[in-house]
Design a protein around this ligand. Structure first.
Ligand SMILES: Nc1nc2c(c(=O)[nH]1)N[C@H]1C(S)=C(S)[C@@H](COP(=O)(O)O)O[C@H]1N2
Ligand SMILES: [Mo]
Length: 208
């Protein structure tokens, strides 16, 4: 057919001009914001809330809610990807960069580590490589879409690590423990991946 090459060229040109693919393998886009929680939503009053960084030598640094709010805020707009296969584009958050917290910890003489475990009200934990929560890639978020983060989505504050599967973004987060060796958290002990990069489909232990 003489016109087939013309059609094929037009099709490829259109594809080349399209936005780069934002959907990791195996995911679909949703406009909803599903709630996924392994237990009940805790309700810790802000007067009793604090955030703690602990290192392996036993040194710790703690912020009250007001002290945390006094730190410089970021307003990242990011895509998020749940391991149950929904992805949501352009979610708008407000929070404190984890770099800001670790800078303060370093200034106090605390040591970096190779891994961290985030811990939460309600007992949830998740482990991450140190390099995945530093370098502008992770936040302690307390605002969503121009409003305080709703409790079902992790308010008053959750970890936000959008470049990894969303189970790493621990809701109701209360602190980060710096470790030299990786220590699996709640879902990781049940078979989910220690890193969880959605672009490499690191869903389960043993995935590349
Ligand atoms: N504390 C806590 N954090 C958590 C969870 C949880 O059960 N408890 N679920 C994780 C999972 S599996 C996902 S997909 C996201 C869901 O966040 P959302 O409910 O705001 O969509 O939170 C993550 N953080
Ligand atoms: Mo999830």
């Amino acid at each position: 057919m003489s016109d087939t090459p013309f059609i094929a060229r037009g099709f490829h040109a259109k594809r080349a001009n399209a936005a780069p693919n934002r959907l990791p393998p195996g995911q679909y886009e949703t406009r909803d914001f599903p709630v996924l929680s392994a237990g009940p939503t805790p309700h810790t009053p802000l007067s009793k809330w604090d955030f703690t960084i602990l290192d392996s030598s036993g040194t710790s640094l703690r912020w009250t809610w007001d002290e945390l709010q006094a730190l410089p805020h970021d307003t990242p707009t990011v895509d998020i990807h749940c391991v149950t296969k929904w992805s949501k584009f352009d979610t708008r958050w407000e929070g404190i960069s984890v770099d800001t917290l670790f800078d303060a910890a370093r200034a106090k003489g605390m040591a970096d580590g190779a891994f961290i475990v985030a811990f939460c009200d309600g007992g949830y934990t998740t482990n991450l490589p140190f390099s995945d929560v530093t370098g502008g890639k992770a936040w302690v978020a307390f605002g969503y879409d121009g409003a305080p983060l709703p409790p079902e989505h992790g308010g008053p504050a959750r970890l936000l690590v959008p470049h990894l599967y969303f189970w790493k973004s621990a809701k109701w987060v209360r602190g980060l423990r710096i470790l030299q060796r990786d220590a699996p958290g709640f879902w990781e002990q049940l078979g989910y991946h220690d890193r969880g990069d959605p672009w490499r489909e690191q869903r389960y232990q043993g995935d590349p």
